[in-house]
Design a protein around this ligand. Structure first.
Ligand code: SF4
Length: 418
């Protein structure tokens, strides 16, 4: 949206108070995210002067525009998720006299491209590149398909165009994102389209040293993808496979793949073929009906598999999802207690895994430098969600360099320059 506005003659304001138009891109898939977005909209609405226009865009407005309008009457216009490029029309309409309460909430499938606008977000040495959006799956707890609609993949040539631009910017780490990378291209009739796309990306940008994949669906990681990870050093040996639970009955209630033998076999095979593979997973605790035995089974599974990283979330009872029909019967206290048990277990595993790197040399990408310190990440760390490698020295921002690991914490590593 920012790029589209910039190309059409709008410029960034120095701050909120000097802006003519204020756009809040909201999140809306779970209650705490909705509340955070609402609080921010209320705060801005109460501070803005009458000539300023406040636009609420994104997932919350797509999902609950009526509710947002009632809660924050100061919002002048709303834009959903399906056609973010309508932001130009929204802003132009706001310029017309007596225009308020404009709504561009569309329920058609997502539109992915708009007049040569790159789908990238770029920070320092790394960039996120969106290759698809939306989701065809119907996990019982998840509101994303309601908000985003079915998956729409971007055409390979458009993705490669963005990859070339990022290569020209000397990006060091390219992070491919989608709700489910392993489904890339299904909607365009491709089977196992992700490896095909990766081959083209590697050819288009031979000088981007790291390519990372975020969010792969269990059971859909193909042998070709694992082969590429084993053979192509630029494709980082890192997989984020959100499993959500380990007990087959809970997984069935979640409408998720429930064959845990297959999950175990796949992880074993991946580790055999890619020995330094870092695996991250995510689990939901307190799904409706989760018994002590089912939770114990999840703990046992996490202890058995020894993931490098684990994200743990409580179940949120979301209107419109299939699970909303079930009773949200695990109390908040029990959810919290179970989270703490799982966190304690995983912290022990993570620290032990981190200790194995002491004394080793590792390639890291530099994310931040200042006051004699450098914050980096290794191939095991996706930005913001995983750990860091901290170096007591100043290294060059945005570059990939080799450091020696000197100490290990639960999530992070300490290193020295070599
Ligand atoms: S695959 Fe992910 S985005 Fe799609 S419905 Fe399931 S949890 Fe939601």
């Amino acid at each position: 949206m920012a790029e589209l506005l910039r190309k059409n003659g709008y410029a960034y304001a120095a701050d909120q108070h000097s802006a003519d138009v204020i756009i809040v891109n909201t999140c809306g898939f779970i209650e705490p995210a909705r509340q955070e977005a609402l609080d921010l909209l209320k705060e801005i609405a109460s501070e803005k002067h009458t000539s300023q226009c406040l636009i609420a865009a994104g997932c919350l407005t797509q999902r609950e525009s009526e509710w947002v309008a009632k809660q924050v009457p100061g919002v002048n216009a709303m834009l959903g998720t399906r056609r973010w490029m309508d932001i130009l029309s929204v802003v132009k309409k706001l310029d017309e006299p007596a225009q308020t309460n404009i709504r561009f909430i569309n329920t058609s499938p997502l539109t992915m491209e708009a007049e040569d606008i790159p789908r990238v977000v770029h920070y320092g040495g790394y960039a996120y590149l969106k290759i698809a959006d939306g989701c065809d799956r119907r996990c019982a707890f998840c509101a994303i398909p309601i908000i985003k609609g079915p998956q729409v993949s971007r055409r390979i040539e458009n993705i490669l165009h963005d990859v070339s631009r990022l290569a020209d910017l000397k990006i060091q780490e390219l992070i491919l994102i989608a709700q489910d990378l392993t489904s890339y291209g299904h909607d365009m009739g491709m089977k196992d389209g992700l490896p095909d796309l990766l081959i083209e990306i590697m050819k288009t940008a031979p000088h981007i040293p790291w390519v990372r994949l975020l969010y792969t669906y269990p059971g859909q990681i193909s042998s070709r993808l694992i082969d590429m990870m084993a053979e192509q050093p630029r494709l980082l040996p890192y997989l984020d496979i959100p499993l959500q639970h380990a007990h087959p009955d809970v997984l069935r209630r979640m409408y998720r793949p429930a064959n845990m033998d297959h999950v175990r076999d796949t992880i074993q095979e991946m580790r055999a073929r890619v020995p330094n593979l870092a695996i991250r997973s995510t689990f939901i605790v307190g799904f409706p009906g989760e018994s002590d035995t089912e939770f114990r089974n999840l703990l046992d599974f996490v202890a058995e598999v020894q993931f490098d990283r684990v994200g743990i979330f409580p179940y949120y009872h979301e209107k419109g999802t299939a699970a909303y029909q079930l009773q949200d019967d695990v109390s908040p206290e029990l959810k919290e207690e179970r989270i703490q048990q799982l966190v304690a277990l995983q912290e022990g595993i993570s620290e032990q895994k981190n200790r194995q790197f002491i004394g080793k040399k590792m390639e890291v990408i530099v994310d931040g430098v200042g006051d004699g310190m450098t914050i980096c990440r290794s191939y095991r760390d996706a930005p913001e969600i995983d750990g860091m490698v901290m170096v007591e020295d100043e290294l060059e921002m945005g570059k990939i360099t080799v450091v020696e690991i000197t100490a290990a914490l639960v999530h992070d590593l300490i290193a020295k320059k070599i």
